[in-house]
Design a binder for this molecule. Sequence first.
Ligand code: NAG
Ligand code: CU
Length: 341
Amino acid sequence: MVAFSSTLASLALAYLASGVLAVPSTEQVKRQASCSKIDVHKEWRDFTTTEKADYIKAVKCLMTTPPLEQREAVTNRYEEFQATHILLTERVHSVGHFLPWHRHLGTLYYNAMRNECGYRGPFAFWDWSRDADSSLPLKNSPIFDPVTGFGGDGVPGTYKLPPDPKGESFAGNSNYKGCVGDGPFAGVLVHRGPGKMITTHCIVRGIDESWRRGVVSTNVNNIITTSTSYERFRLAIDDFMRGHIHGSGHGIVGGEMLNIYSAGAGPLFYLHHANLDRIWWKWQQANPSQRMYEISGPSTQQGRDTITLDFVIDFPALGPNITVREVMDAATAPSCFRYDY
Ligand SMILES: *[C@@H]1O[C@H](CO)[C@@H](O)[C@H](O)[C@H]1NC(C)=O
Ligand SMILES: [Cu+2]
């Protein structure tokens, strides 16, 4: 509520001054709902030990909470999120709304942790640049700690990719080294994946140093400072090719995390995507009057059109449809968050 009308006025002024296209009218901005409170998302290693334990407990709670809707091989709330991501994979990657869609997926997941599992702590991101910039092997990251993290690397010999006669696993050259062998998610079974397949399997990892250079801070900062339009920024982020940061974050964990369909089999998916979202947020913050509501890119992977702020994004089984406009400014509802750096 606080300072909402003055924010509105300054936004309107900023838009008039910047003269950029695709600017929402005052009426459109006004429809952005204000927040009663702004949550501060934190990096995993800046959590207290208690916060870490509570976060992991809430994820494990989602894994034992019944799904909202009945779908094949969706046995709990956690899997419901993964199944929606699998269902929409082609529609939400390499398109204009890649970043807005994944921002709201994170919000819905955080809301489920809080509303259904009693979680009271912050949402977590994983700033992989802190690991990639260090001289230590990636497997030494606190994120992979067996006690205060998400467990470590896949154990060789504990997982074998299933036969894939229909070409639905999309496992490609991903490093399906083995099942997570320690930590809170050792022994957890998921029922969707690899790819579009329906199989019961462990959370598979294969930590891979070869993706490391894509997530070093010089690469990330370079994208933030040199991307002068949303279009350039989006293309620099949303590319599974080696060297690009979205794919590289998936690649350093390896295994199913590198499967564009079923990556949500393991909980690090949400910490990785929160960090990508933070990088978008930082890019927006660097020039909010121009960038907060700047959107572009095709509505489909083959499309030659470009989306607008009115483009509708959907979250089957997870929540109502919303427009891209509603998630552009993280400090408005339904997002209501900022990052602590
Ligand atoms: C939500 O969006 C999807 C995809 O655009 C559409 O198929 C569906 O009908 C929408 N649902 C509602 C309730 O508007
Ligand atoms: Cu995705």
